[in-house]
Design a protein around this ligand. Sequence first.
Ligand SMILES: Cc1ncc(COP(=O)(O)O)c(C=O)c1O
Length: 350
Amino acid sequence: MQWAKLHSKARFNLATSGVGAFPLRGLDVSIDQLEINGDNSYGFAPLQHAIASKNGVDSACVVEAAGTSMANHLALAALIDPGDEVLIESPTYELVVSTARYLQAKIVRFPRREENGFAVDPVEIRKVISSKTKLIFLTNLQNPSSVLTGDDILREVGDIAASVGAHVVVDEVYLDAVYENTPRSSFHLGKNFVVTSSLTKVYGLSGLRCGWILAQPDLARALYELNDLFAATPVHPTEILSVIALQNLDTIRERAKKIVEADRTTLKHFLDMNASHVAAVRSPYGTTSFPKLLHGDVAELLQRLRTKGETTVVPGKFFEMPDHFRIGMGVNHEMFAEGLRRIEQALQVC
Ligand SMILES: Cc1ncc(COP(=O)(O)O)c(C=O)c1O
């Protein structure tokens, strides 16, 4: 996270994970619609309803949170005690591993193997699950590969978790980057599913910090009470803006979709043309891709790329795969295409 905040910027910044920022003026909102304080002790009813209706769930199952970041933190903190076992996919979004470590969980990893297309393999979960397991954590789409896990596999994971009384926490912050036939939230797959998400990655609305947790009503209440120790009360002006954004979600998503799709076409061409240097599991969805460098050292490549090519991508070491790097789509197509051209140049030296 510190690297992303302090060191990822460059003229050709492909070190992103979500689409470009959506501007306030795009929401067509006037100052008269905003208010500083509101009735939001345990959620602002219009926002609770808007999130519930987006996900096809009852409002009692919705907990507002400050982004998916706080949603993940609250979900993990509510479900595990120090020493409890937590199964986390590998590779994954590093902050979740750090959060589990901070909560003093016993962390057990299960692989999503690249040679298996980064698929979630229930066999790998069965190998490591135990009576001490309290939760299984997945990202869907996966960060970094953008691979989609379908309902059949998720249901199987839910059954495995249920066999030891554990929950499945699915971070769906990238799921809406499946633009056609967007899957329903996995919250619907079973009572032991807990889902986290936000309007950050697919909608370019990070600044609203409009995140949420979907959980069964008892757990949802416990999560809100736990949040009294952290954020306590949500930021009301952004709750109002979030309701307006949720009313215009399709239009907001459509704007970035064009850029993401143009970028993916260019990326496909890049991967085809540079197949002797890089290989990537191709996902038709999402805003990131995670190529492997076939020869040479990623750290050296990225250093050269930054100093000579003014271009950044995310080092694979942040996903415990140092021979990979992550490329982000969906910000600006010209910048993306030029960034790829510069990566291609830098690869010639490997
Ligand atoms: C899988 C995953 N979850 C959560 C987050 C953080 O999201 P938010 O901005 O909603 O807190 C990220 C950011 O990169 C992410 O990749």
